[in-house]
Design a protein around this ligand. Sequence first.
Ligand code: G6P
Length: 367
Amino acid sequence: DAAMKNGYPHFMMKEIHEQPEAMKNTILPRISKGLPDFSDDKIPDEIFKDCNQIHIVACGTAMHTGMVARALMEPILRIPVTVTIASEFRYEQPLIDEHTLVLVISQSGETIDTLAALRLAHEYGSKTLAIVNVKGSTIARESDYVLYTHAGPEIAVASTKAYSVQLAALYMIGCRMALVRGKFTEKQAMDFLSDLLDVIPAMETMIAQEQMIKGVVSHIIQSLDAFFIGRGLDYAFSLEGALKLKEISYIHAEAYAAGELKHGTIALISDQVPVIAIATQEHVFSKTISNIREVKARGAFVILLTKEGSVVDDNLADIRIRIPDVDDRFTVFPIAVVLQLIAYYASLGKNLDVDQPRNLAKSVTVE
Ligand code: G6P
């Protein structure tokens, strides 16, 4: 066990640190002449061209990568991108057909609900592309096409590096689709890929700040509840931030679209309730900042995550964590590292079992 942890105190910490390498392993073999290329994966362009909608199904953290993909892809591709929780999808009558590309996302490739969703998609005649980490797993074998992430084994129950590489795979799929559907020029696709590669040093920058983040977390570990807020892509990242914190620190956490706060959640904001606010999206930046003012006015303890270059008043937040200035569409990668470290140090600070949280399993193979 200790040998497998390679000097790290927990698998989760080891896996957080392995992310830059996992990203390279997943992205680099699929770049040819500066463009995304899935010919070695035997994924034909036809499935990207011949569809009029994308339906993403997955569970847990994998489902959250779908939420990011939806917010990323719809504005670029201009076709509907729907995300459904696999345990719901399997008992619905989904609006999918032979013109639907169903993306199934699973680290283990064995999650029973996700497998059932895949089988249902086939019954409806949809083409299926699975993003899977474990080679030869059931979902990988049964899907029409598979794009393997190369995260290596993930042992900690709380998923970290699998989340990042699933996103990397989805970003590459989005880019290839945009190219073959005439939504990106070659130049735009190349720039998109180069932005994707730029997130790797940005992730390293945030990993190197783990001690700072540990200090930040010391302010929230006594809390019973925490809220994660953001808009657009930032909201999609919040979902995973809240899940991570719940899973391993047992602090009740909720992700909220920042503009929706006033319709309920703000009633729960009082003195010293931690609010982790993510504001990395320029087009909604000022709107999120207004929402932060609203929670601050009610006494919340605000931890603000923004890009380095963003200008905000010093008194807006109690603590500000700055990520490198990557393009708005790519901020999830350094933000994910910060959110993972917040959860990790909250769990550690409460002396909990970081790698084996109560009641949870790494892979859920029974319903
Ligand atoms: C379990 C794990 C989660 C994971 C989910 C889906 O609940 O604890 O971390 O996100 O299953 O797993 P999969 O292997 O399908 O990605």
